[in-house]
Design a protein around this ligand. Sequence first.
Ligand code: G4P
Length: 287
Amino acid sequence: VNIQWFPGHMAKAIRQFEENITLVDVVFEILDARIPLTSMNPEVKRISGDKPHLYIMTKRDLADETRVREWLQYFASINQPAMAVDAKTKFGPNAVLDKVNPILKDKLAREEAKGMKSRPIRAISVGVPNVGKSTVLNRLVNRRAAQVGNRPGVTKGQQWLKSSDKLELLDTPGILWPKFDTQEVANKLALTGAIKENAFSSDDIALYAINRFRETMPEGLMNRYRLTKDDFELSDVDMLLKITQNVGMRDDYLRASDRIILDARAGKLGGFTLDSVADLEANDDTN
Ligand code: G4P
């Protein structure tokens, strides 16, 4: 779905999330491992308040493994629970429970001490469009057997879905907007597919991709588009024109741009992560 974020939509999304958050023990904020920082919505932390917050970075299979590990290390260093996964394959309830159990151990022990009977942990997912919220939910929940039924407090039309005896998820993930502060941020969102095609011009995004990848993934570009070492002396624009010719599109650089974007998103040029921990530290310095 292509979501246009107007102030009214933002207010409504926040309101819904604020209502839902009162129902859960823990918030799963889904991030794209290719843009962990850019796909974060700072409002989530604010609204979550004291509720524990687990970052689930999806698309690890499409990301730069070195950078993903740097992010995991960084989150560990600030005691922020986080995990990185290929949500489409190697992922399920146990991986999540391994992260969530230690966070909620004390709370559940306190409840038990008060004589409350043991109960499943309840969670909600939230994230910007296209980060993998539905994929995560589907992997955690066996839909056929999943409906726990309506419960008091749950907004009409919402359901708890059973992930395991120990974990239940709200069936409607929260959708929040991505940040949009700079052109760089917009480029990252567009290249990874978090914002839709009609919101940008594809040659700008392809040029951004070439600019980033010529340093980090030269082999990916060379192999996919039959570029030579000498072609790396070209400017970004000339490299785009060269690629356009090499893929047989003559001078139709817009079509070639679309091809480059799709190839990048599908991981055909290699795994990439456009946000680094150093970017975060640079941001912090300016505050
Ligand atoms: P959303 O609910 O947050 O909007 O995201 P959704 O789960 O629909 O996922 C968006 C796209 O990202 C989907 O691809 C999905 O398959 C893909 N995806 C999610 N997690 C991962 C992951 O860990 N690895 C990889 N490689 N892809 C992931 P799509 O092209 O829209 O659909 P499909 O062609 O996969 O069916």
